[in-house]
Design a protein around this ligand. Structure first.
Ligand SMILES: [Ca+2]
Length: 296
């Protein structure tokens, strides 16, 4: 692998070598390698009922860091150095599906992913560089810098204002990044009745709502992305318990992964190393009326 920096990284897209190998169950995965040395280096809200709609198999080897539905496929990023990958498969899955995706270089720790205007954006934890990837062929399209650690990512789109990404970093802060430049716009502290809520991890945006799961808890938080206020909290302990019934889970096999399905207004949730993906429905609380409008 030859390369020296981010410019080389961006230009390395077409120099990637690809290999294919057949996986068990006749699944196919596309690999590419890129030169990436530059990356080396509440108590307050009530628990809210939800309805379990369905349960699907999930590959229990995946250390899920990002979950996103896009054009009938479920995209998932899986972390850990030396094991990171992005995969995609038709959803709901069937036994004959093929899995496509890409294995990532060993110095990349894949974190959250988000689809935005036909491209996948993926964070790389402590490396401070995100990757922009073509969701069809998994080619590297670009690189963007970010500040601090990168955990979860989602794209917030509201008619009448500029799009932005929301990024978590494991703290109680959410960063807003301009979607057109990936530049930091602002940060907001997530609070539940005045108390900061930390360890925010995987995210899903729906307009101004930010749905976040909190690392090492079974909580799914419904957040007003404009103010950071936790509007509701779902306790998904029953789903975590159900996952544990079929697979002994390691201590790090925690709830992580939420994706919105606009087709039926439901949500897919899973966890690291979980054998199941759950489809749930829940009512979104109304967003408070803001005294100062968010539009410019
Ligand atoms: Ca997500």
């Amino acid at each position: 692998m030859t390369e020296t920096g981010l410019n080389a990284l961006a230009s390395a897209t077409h120099a990637i070598h690809r290999a294919r190998q057949h996986l068990a169950k006749s699944l196919t995965r596309h690999f590419f390698a890129v030169a990436l040395l530059a990356l080396g280096s509440g108590a307050a809200a009530d628990d809210t009922p939800y309805q379990l709609q369905n349960t699907y198999p999930h590959e229990p080897a995946l250390f899920t860091q990002g979950l996103e539905l896009y054009q009938g496929k479920l995209y998932e990023s899986s972390g850990l150095y030396g094991h990171s990958k992005i995969i995609a498969r038709k959803f709901p899955p069937s036994a004959t599906d093929s899995i496509t995706g890409t294995a990532l270089p060993a110095n990349i720790f894949a974190e959250g992913i988000s689809q935005y205007r036909g491209k996948l954006y993926m964070l790389t934890w402590r490396a401070g560089r995100g990757l922009i990837i073509d969701p069809q062929h998994f080619k590297l399209l670009g690189v963007f810098p970010y500040q601090g650690q990168g955990w979860g990512l989602c794209a917030s789109i509201v008619e009448g204002r500029a799009d932005h990404f929301v990024m978590s970093n494991g703290s109680d802060q959410l960063q807003r990044l301009a979607a057109d430049s990936m530049k930091l716009l602002s940060t907001v502290t997530v609070k539940e009745n005045g108390k900061a809520i930390d360890n925010l991890n995987e995210l899903e945006c729906l307009g101004d709502y930010v749905i976040a799961n909190q690392w090492h808890t079974n909580n799914l938080l419904i957040i007003d992305g404009r103010s950071g206020e936790v509007l509701k909290k779902l306790d998904l302990s029953a789903l975590a318990a159900a996952a544990n019934k079929t697979s002994p889970l390691a201590p790090e096999a925690v709830l992580n992964g939420v994706a919105y399905d606009a087709d039926d207004d439901s949500w897919l949730v899973t966890g690291k190393l979980w054998p199941s993906i759950f489809r749930i429905k829940f009512a979104l609380p109304a967003l408070p009326v803001q005294s100062s409008p968010s539009r410019p």
